[in-house]
Design a protein around this ligand. Structure first.
Ligand SMILES: [Zn+2]
Length: 193
């Protein structure tokens, strides 16, 4: 998981944001994606990752999570950086002041993480995007939320929301993926909710 020092507004007393990178993709010859029937060339893999990253970004925008950058390089490695409250999992787990609200925010971040997976799955149903960073961050947030909740089965609900959101916003995801494939990045300034 990438963390970049983008915290600001401390003096204004706002919740600090830190950049989290959902770094996805990887070496084509090591990925399940590369072995899938529909994903055979580096260009195929790059297109898959572009849809995966676009899924993250469209879901972030849907929930008002600020995306700070989104890009994909020539080798097919993609990144979608976004902001979330600093030490969110720890503050939830320790029931820090305002943790109830943070649990709600964590839910939306988890949906945005899962949306990358489901966008990739919708683009290439027999492929799977390698995304260890995504899984680690989602697990961290889900575990923290589970520690303060008295009910279970939350992960499945969030997965359903992510899959439904990807289906509902598929046109936007495809459009953003096309821009990423053409330009390698998209200017996200002004797109924050
Ligand atoms: Zn991802």
């Amino acid at each position: 998981m990438r963390r970049s020092a983008t915290a600001r507004d401390a003096s204004a007393g706002r919740v600090l944001g830190i950049g989290h990178g959902m770094v996805c993709g990887g070496e084509p010859d090591q990925s399940r994606a590369a072995r899938a029937r529909s994903i055979q060339t580096p260009d195929d893999l790059r297109a898959l990752i572009a849809h995966h990253e676009a899924g993250h970004a469209i879901a972030c925008w849907h929930f008002g999570i600020r995306v700070t950058s989104i890009r994909i390089d020539a080798s097919g490695r993609g990144v979608c950086n976004f902001k979330m409250p600093v030490d969110m999992a720890e503050r939830i787990r320790t029931r820090a002041p305002g943790f109830e609200r943070l649990v709600e925010v964590a839910d939306t971040v988890v949906v945005a993480i899962f949306a990358g997976y489901y966008a990739g799955l919708r683009y290439a149903p027999d492929a799977e995007t390698p995304s260890e960073h995504d899984e680690a961050l989602a697990r961290q947030l889900l575990d923290a939320a589970r520690a303060v909740r008295t009910y279970g089965a939350r992960e499945e609900a969030l997965r359903c929301i992510a899959a439904a959101l990807v289906a509902a916003r598929w046109g936007a995801i495809e459009g953003l993926a096309r821009m990423l494939l053409r330009d390698g990045t998209v200017n996200v300034e002004g797109r924050a909710a």
